[in-house]
Design a protein around this ligand. Structure first.
Ligand code: PLP
Length: 472
């Protein structure tokens, strides 16, 4: 064994030998010499580590070129999101409206009046880009924007409750995906958490007993991603606002998703709007830009003028600010809300969520023969009813009736390995196709499939891949 391996190693070409090839010289022009040398070195090292190796310089060169092509692909590749989750955090949440994309592109190419008062010719404030729009759409006195809603909550807590107490119901001490836990954010913000009530029931008297001279704020948190049912009690925002006003402490309402319009008009469950939260008397309301609102990642804080002014004076604001590209996209997105009647046609998030089950089912029937042919006889493909989710913690219990394709291994009770091999192969396509495996079927929810032609063209590459059945 050792002898054969060392013979093979001796037969490996040198880096210089590989670099002399004509193909490699072409690659140098395209990728640059350092990248090509590194790829050849990596390829040789892999060959050496694997013991038996292709020995021709040409073979090594071809492998190095393949490596360079792979490295050339973007790490942020577009994918077909067929998971059924419209606002998928791991897939980048909201798709932007065309108007927002155009606005962002203009801002990228040009110098823009980001913090510049064109009337007076002196320094301005970047919040001005969206301030009036936000006030108009929410009924708030003033508004400011930061990197995301987590940053919004952090800034509010640090500004109003550093070295003081922040009062929250035990029923609202949420964790939103791994690292965002309300008690930890409080800690980092320098606020002392005062929990009131119990997990399922919090009464007004619990808040009354907790408010004192050290209170910095009362926080109400929208329990976005879970629901407590049964023997429950919470103090409504309006009642809490009255209490906070009487005791002269600010009430902050973290809405999370925070929609700007009544989603009921698109057939979804009514989610409290930012306007309602302001009307209920919250002094500040925080919400996300890239959840139900359908814009780029951002965090909004809207509410009372003097409190917004304090937030803007906090040096942390600078560390949490957003850039001109996203501000441009945000402004364009918010403007779409001035005409709610055309929102479903202009804003992808709303359009996708409002898409009817019949429409999606028709798409599934069109895609069925194409996919069935591509995956071959070993699989049984059928149109299936399914339920989409909004995602990003918005309306967690809301299942939006949808349709898609179900792919099962033919004749197998389970076929788990074959199915997961197929889903891997589909994720390795030029535009990876991401579905989900449920009850021994690979499910593609077609709610978010816009580009059917592109989807079909992309599937052509599946022929080139190893047939997953070989793994069975
Ligand atoms: C999602 C969410 C956040 C965090 O918002 P990001 O924009 O993801 O940073 C904070 N609070 C609530 C209630 C949320 O639902």
């Amino acid at each position: 064994m050792a002898k054969t391996a060392s013979l093979a190693l001796r037969k490996l070409p040198s880096v210089d030998e590989v670099l002399r090839g004509a193909l490699v010289q072409e690659a140098v022009t395209r990728f640059g010499r350092p990248a090509v040398v590194a790829a050849v070195r990596d390829t040789l090292a892999t060959a050496r580590a694997e013991g038996a190796a292709p020995s021709e310089a040409g073979e090594i060169a071809a492998e190095a070129l393949m490596l360079l092509e792979v490295q050339e692909q973007s790490n942020l590749r577009p994918v077909f999101n067929l998971t059924g989750t419209v606002l998928h955090t791991n897939l980048g949440r909201a798709l932007l409206a065309e108007a927002a994309i155009e606005a962002a592109t203009v801002a990228m190419r040009n110098a823009v009046a980001l913090e510049f008062d064109l009337g007076h010719g002196h320094r301005g404030d970047r919040d001005e880009v969206v301030r009036d729009l936000l006030c108009e759409l929410t009924g708030a006195e003033d508004a400011t924007v930061v990197n995301n809603n987590a940053a919004a909550v952090l800034l509010v807590l640090n500004t109003l409750a550093k070295g003081r107490e922040a009062i929250v119901s035990r029923g609202e001490l949420i964790e939103i995906g791994g690292a965002f836990r309300m008690p930890e954010i409080m800690n980092r913000a320098g606020a002392r958490l005062v929990e009131v009530g119990t997990t399922n029931r919090t009464h007004k008297k619990d808040y009354v007993g907790a408010i004192g001279p050290k209170t910095g704020l009362v926080l109400k948190v929208h329990t976005s991603n879970y629901r407590i049912e049964g023997f429950t009690k919470e103090v409504g925002a309006r009642e809490l606002a009255a209490l906070a006003r009487e005791r002269k402490v600010p009430l902050v309402n973290d809405l999370g998703s925070g929609t700007l319009i009544d989603l009921g008009r698109f057939g979804l469950t009514h989610e409290p709007t930012v306007k309602e939260a302001i009307a209920e008397g919250a002094d500040l309301v925080t919400f996300s830009g890239d959840k139900l609102l359908g814009g780029p990642q951002a965090g909004f804080i809207v509410g009372r003028k003097e409190l917004i002014a304090r937030l803007k004076k906090n040096p942390m604001k600078r560390a949490l600010r957003i850039d001109k590209i996203r501000l441009a996209a945000l402004e364009a997105t918010l403007k779409l809300y001035r005409n709610p009647d055309r929102l479903a046609e202009r804003l992808p998030t709303v359009r996708l969520l409002a898409r009817s089950k019949q429409d999606i089912e028709a798409a599934a029937r069109r895609m069925l023969p194409v996919i069935a042919e591509k995956v071959g006889n070993g699989f049984e493909v059928s149109v299936t009813a399914c339920a989409s989710q909004i995602g990003s913690g918005a309306l967690p219990m809301e299942k939006v009736p949808s349709a898609g394709l179900s792919i099962r291994v033919r004749g197998a009770k389970r076929g788990g390995r074959v199915l997961s091999a197929l889903s891997i192969a589909l994720r390795q396509l030029p535009v990876p196709v991401v579905g989900r495996i449920d009850d021994n079927a690979l499910i593609f929810d077609l709610r978010c499939l816009d580009d059917e032609k592109g989807f079909i063209a992309n599937l052509a590459a599946l022929d080139l891949l190893e047939k997953p059945h070989a793994l069975a």
